[in-house]
Design a protein around this ligand. Structure first.
Ligand code: CDP
Length: 217
């Protein structure tokens, strides 16, 4: 039986960790679409593609030999055999990814690959990102928007980065990236039929439990 669980949300909403745990508990495959945009950013920087040249970024998206794991047990992202699992989390990538993600031609190509991966897993997958509930898989069996207050999101991002950055630096990074991203995808408001899960006052376990309750409803 098909079970696609589409989860969208902004940076620091807990999307990745919650999505992965939901997939693990339900024994579903898992796809982090943000990692694909990050991989494309890495590839463009590596091959000297100007991130503001839309045609060149689109071309790169089509040429990129990307490998991404869809298992909850292993996190693995590679381009042309180079393991970039860790590197795509660098601030260098985070600060450039929006330029790539706002290139419509590149989005079209990555969306095509995302749908292909969903097909390959016989539509049994948790897919997380910014446009999954609206564009990639609008017919998903379960669609949710994971939100959190700005304060909660900044707090979580701060913990994730190891707490070495000032509050101002963090705020600037997270808020600017969300602002850039939302020029092409609206992930701040739930579309019709999408359930909003506000995790501001929930811890990780509570958020996972709430998400699982939404799935079994
Ligand atoms: O670090 P964070 O969880 O906020 O972001 P991510 O999920 O790793 O995604 C990184 C970037 O990829 C986002 O800032 C967006 O620019 C882009 N993205 C997108 O445009 N559409 C998606 N479905 C997923 C990510």
């Amino acid at each position: 039986k098909p079970l696609v669980i589409a989860i969208d949300g902004p940076s620091g909403s807990g999307k990745s960790s919650v999505s992965k745990e939901v997939a693990r508990r339900l024994k579903l495959a898992y796809l982090d679409t943000g990692a694909m945009y990050r991989a494309l950013t890495w590839y463009c920087l590596k091959t000297g593609v100007d991130l503001h040249d839309g045609a060149a970024v689109e071309q790169a998206s089509k040429a990129m030999p990307l490998e991404i794991s869809t298992s909850t047990a292993t996190e693995y992202v590679a381009v042309d055999g180079t393991d970039i699992t860790e590197e795509i989390r660098d601030p260098r990538i985070s600060s450039s990814v929006s330029a790539v993600a706002t290139t419509l031609g590149a989005r079209t190509e990555l969306i095509r690959r995302q749908r292909q991966l969903i097909d390959q897993h016989h539509h049994r997958m948790v897919v997380e990102g910014r446009d999954i509930t609206t564009v990639v898989a609008p017919a998903a069996e379960v669609r949710m928007l994971l939100t959190a207050s700005e304060e909660a999101r900044l707090r979580r991002r701060g913990i994730q980065l190891g707490g070495t950055q000032t509050k101002e630096q963090l705020a600037a990074q997270v808020i600017q990236r969300d602002a850039k991203d939302s020029t092409v995808v609206n992930f701040t408001q739930a579309a019709d039929g999408v359930v909003t899960l506000d995790s501001s006052d929930l811890d990780f376990e509570e958020t996972v439990d709430t998400a699982l309750a939404i799935v079994s409803k």
